[in-house]
Design a protein around this ligand. Sequence first.
Ligand code: SAM
Length: 273
Amino acid sequence: MTKIKKNTAKYKLDAKERFLIETGVSDHNGIKPRMVKKYKQICRFTEILADKLQQSGAIKQKRVKVIDIGAGKGYMTFAIYNYLAKNNLDPVIHAVDFNSDLMKIGNETADKCGFENLSFISDFADQYAGLSYYDAVVSLHACDTATDDALFMGLKMKSKIILSAPCCQKEVLSSLKELKSLSEYYKHGLFLHKMADIITDNARVMLLQSQGYQVDVIDFVASEHTQKNTLIAATKKRGKQPAFYEKYQAYKAEIGFAGIKLEQMMLAEGLLE
Ligand SMILES: C[S@@+](CC[C@H](N)C(=O)[O-])C[C@H]1O[C@@H](n2cnc3c(N)ncnc32)[C@H](O)[C@@H]1O
């Protein structure tokens, strides 16, 4: 469907789609100016998911099951459901967020749009059990460690595809602030924040690789559409690769951060030795 390296979507949703109108992304004049950035993000994210479904062979299945972690108002969830339904992939999508008001509105909108197998569930990302298997786990700007919860869910059930655009990474930031060797020289908070983001996401990539995932890290949209434009795109390719966990441990020791929630969850689940 598309070349993953480019950060502009060829796939464009029709502004008249009912779900876009119901969620306030568009009206009779087209995409609302204040929603253009979100519109571009969801088109591009859907396009990349479609590409990964094709590559992984999931496109040949009669039914494709997806879970969206930290779904919020569900803009992306609806876009993915709409795409899968239009391509006869008989979607089942579960959208999880602890904001129960948004989940209620999401379910009402899904009903209005006739999206039968789309459910919005109010729960914490690390507590939701859901189905025993989803083909794809997605998250778009799920806050802080909710991204780790999404990645863990995919790793635990060996999902074919895990797509996650992380948001704020606070966990590693506190370790970095305590490191005298860094805080001595990095007087501008913004630099420390950017370093924490990169260190966290790189750690996530290594942990995904340790479980046999091939990982692409891309700017999924141009930075004018969101500054949080990094996408971790992982596809299950092989069995475990322990060398990546060894690398992760050396990386953690070298930088001096305490580790990330994803590692803790994987250790507790026995995914790492
Ligand atoms: C920045 S919003 C993104 C929403 C949506 N994915 C989008 O891109 O429009 C992050 C969402 O994650 C939810 N969230 C944050 N931490 C969560 C957790 N631990 N469990 C479930 N939901 C969480 C918040 O309630 C919020 O709706």
